[in-house]
Design a protein around this ligand. Sequence first.
Ligand code: FAD
Length: 367
Amino acid sequence: MRAKEINCQYLIVGQGIAGTTLAYSLLKRKQNIYVIDDGYQHSSSKVAVGMFNPITGKRVVKTWKADVLFPFLHHFYQELENFLGVKFFFPKTIYRPFESIEQQNHVLGQAAEQAFADFIEIDNKDEKYKGFVFNEFGGAELKQGGYLAVSTMLEAFQDFLKKEQLFLQTNFDENNLTVQHQDSIIWENAQTSVKINAKKVIFCRGIQDGESRFWKALPFRAVKGEVLTGHFQEQLAFEEIINRSGWVIPFGNNTYKAGSTYDWDDTSLEITEKAKNEILDKVNKLIKFPFACTHQEAGLRPTTTDRRPLIGLHPLYANVGLFNGLGTKGVMLAPYFADAFCDYLLEGKTLEAEVSVLRFLDTSLQN
Ligand SMILES: Cc1cc2nc3c(=O)[nH]c(=O)nc-3n(C[C@H](O)[C@H](O)[C@H](O)COP(=O)(O)OP(=O)(O)OC[C@H]3O[C@@H](n4cnc5c(N)ncnc54)[C@H](O)[C@@H]3O)c2cc1C
């Protein structure tokens, strides 16, 4: 049987948060794209809870580049919702109860500074939460946070791609990839009888790209995470995300997600009692009512040793690119950096050195 031939400018491999945001950003710039994904059900994006939170960590600081990333992500996901006609973006107040008086002083001091005005609410709202949250040291409401229903977004975007005949569900075997010359690649799959000719291939396969012959020199690091779904035995009806060292996100109908864990050693996808107990312990210290877990999931976050994304073209193969390393914050990082990658690919703008793959690859190889 003769293979079906597909011609495009960009072949995107992997349709998680990275592949989806990059594909949409390229489409907006009138590029011809084609997307391949293997449909794996336990990818990082499918397990992710999708929270975006501008003020994080034990030290309660603004997350990296929050001032540019947050306005960008709000606009991006709302625009994508409108484009697809599906709701998956849920801005929400995040209530952060303090751990100590010292932390209270630190955060309230910050809240008064102009640099934090967009992210921390000055007004005291502790009364509203004290019936169900342990907030003996008070707390602060954070602005511009929320969650993205990631799986809903991925499904809606895939439906769109299928309708436009821009999607193939199959395993992308790198052995079937021929890198022709500076301006073309061919990927042929005998099983599906498909031959794809593209100007560039962009790898967006999450942690699997760490095994690629093109990218194995990069310092990928899989960080396992587990999350619980369940309900509170007392019928609670709060709308806000509650977040301290653990977090609880309301999904409606007395359904909540709680998480999460970070394991740098175990790279299996097995769910564990240890992680479940760790999360339940965090929830019990946060919410005054018992949480009943009905479901538990595990995934591997594609992080990097310096906690920054991995973006760019290969120094030896200018038609092979990577959009990856989104780590623990894919929802927040992907829209802005997908756009920055498009600027680089289409307009020749410079990629920030902090996210470029060239910070790890031998640039002397560059043509
Ligand atoms: C438990 C947990 C909770 C998380 N919570 C949050 C959160 O609240 N907020 C947040 O911002 N981030 C969160 N993350 C991190 C977030 O999930 C990642 O940053 C993000 O999903 C990475 O997306 P990606 O597209 O790079 O990779 P992936 O999601 O791994 O996507 C890769 C895609 O490529 C496909 N693929 C892989 N190999 C092949 C192949 N050979 N052929 C074809 N297709 C292939 C996969 O099936 C998948 O669809 C969480 C992660 C975990 C594990």
